[in-house]
Design a protein around this ligand. Structure first.
Ligand code: HMG
Ligand code: MG
Length: 311
């Protein structure tokens, strides 16, 4: 029987690095993208056009896009929080020689399920952010860019506690209505488990107004070590796209205490021998995880990566 395809959005160069306090040169970020490409990843979130006052680490994203090797057919989404970010990106794209592979063909807009998180992350309420993002999505689509949407704090909010799944559904629907092709559900804090994630997906996907699972992605931070289990719960609910970061890098500057995304290595290992087929070569990804962990001078946060290093 042929295996069912799972899409993986490698978010290491963005989510993975945005929280690092030491300055990482654009050359290193570009090399991370290049190494991930060689290891078989085909969707690589490569940076953010956000305010450098808010997230200094992402300030050099334009340079990263220029330096990294880009390939036809791959996708290199970048985060855009407002019209200013989109204009900076469009300006960059307009100056690019037409003969080159475009810097990117996709942006990701992001909001949250709670006002408290939205204010901490983007200085506006959820309703205000949806209004802002709707104009961004419209303009981006008109310019030929694909738009992905993120909803943060889908399980728990670091500022306002337990989150109502119905709210997640409403915000996701609003992002779809403005033209997002897919909604990535972010367990930003990483407190979700198969029961709470199952309840969430039951609400979001269920009922006559349910959002099809094919339009959803899972973005699970691994703070409590539940991310792989949560991915398998989401697979049971029909979700086939997951975000992960090589070496388990990452965290959100506005989610205190949360650790990195689920490690790409852990996801690939968990899917081995299953009915699902995912892009990327596990051993090669693990080598990238070892390299970037050493480069950042931090322990490899992927259990699978560490186990493979010890072999
Ligand atoms: P603000 O301070 O309200 O914005 O921030 P502002 O319009 O007043 O601008 C302030 C300054 O920033 C101005 O500069 C602007 O020009 C500049 P000044 O005049 O003072 O010199 N500015 C920009 N510069 C470059 N690019 C821009 C931009 N916009 C304004 N796009 C704002 C509002 C949304 C800009 C800010 O809050 C922001 O950038 N937030 C982004 C925070 C962020 O990147 N968080 C991490 C990503 S989300 C995440 O990690 C979660 C996710 O992984 C899913 C999950 O895990 O849940 C996706
Ligand atoms: Mg995240």
């Amino acid at each position: 029987a042929s295996r069912e395809r799972v899409r993986i959005v490698e978010v290491g160069p963005r989510d993975g690095l945005q929280n690092e306090s030491a300055v990482i040169p654009p050359e290193v970020k570009a090399e991370l993208v290049n190494r991930l490409t060689k290891a078989g990843m085909d969707i690589i979130e490569s940076g953010s056009f956000v305010s450098p006052k808010w997230v200094p680490q992402m300030a050099g994203t334009a340079d990263v896009l220029k330096l990294m090797k880009r390939h036809k057919g791959m996708h290199y989404p970048v985060l855009v929080p407002n019209m200013k970010g989109l204009e900076l990106l469009l300006d960059l794209l307009s100056k690019q020689p037409k003969s080159e592979v475009p810097y990117t063909d996709e942006i990701a807009v992001f909001t949250a399920a709670t006002d408290a998180f939205s204010k901490a992350n983007t200085n506006c309420t959820v309703a205000e952010s949806l209004e802002r993002l709707s104009a961004v999505a419209k303009r981006a689509t008109a310019e030929g860019l694909r738009v992905r949407g993120y909803v943060s704090v889908v399980i728990d909010c670091p500022y306002s506690g337990k989150v109502d799944p119905a709210k997640v559904k409403d915000v996701s629907q609003a992002l779809l209505d403005m033209g997002c092709y897919e909604i990535s559900l972010g367990d930003t804090v990483g407190t979700g488990n198969p029961t709470t994630v199952g309840t969430l997906l039951h609400t979001v996907i269920g009922g006559s107004s349910g959002i099809p699972a094919s339009k959803l992605a899972g973005h699970f931070h691994d703070t409590y070590g539940m991310a792989v289990a949560n991915i398998f719960t989401a697979l049971e609910h029909g979700v086939r796209t997951f975000d992960s970061a090589v070496g388990g890098l990452g965290g959100c500057p506005y989610s205190p205490g949360a650790t990195g995304n689920v490690a790409t290595e852990d996801v690939l290992y968990a899917l081995r021998g299953s009915q699902y087929e995912a892009p990327g070569d596990l051993e090669a990804i693990a080598e990238v995880g070892t390299w970037i962990s050493k480069t950042l001078n931090r322990p490899n946060a992927s259990r699978v990566g560490r186990a493979l290093e010890a072999r």
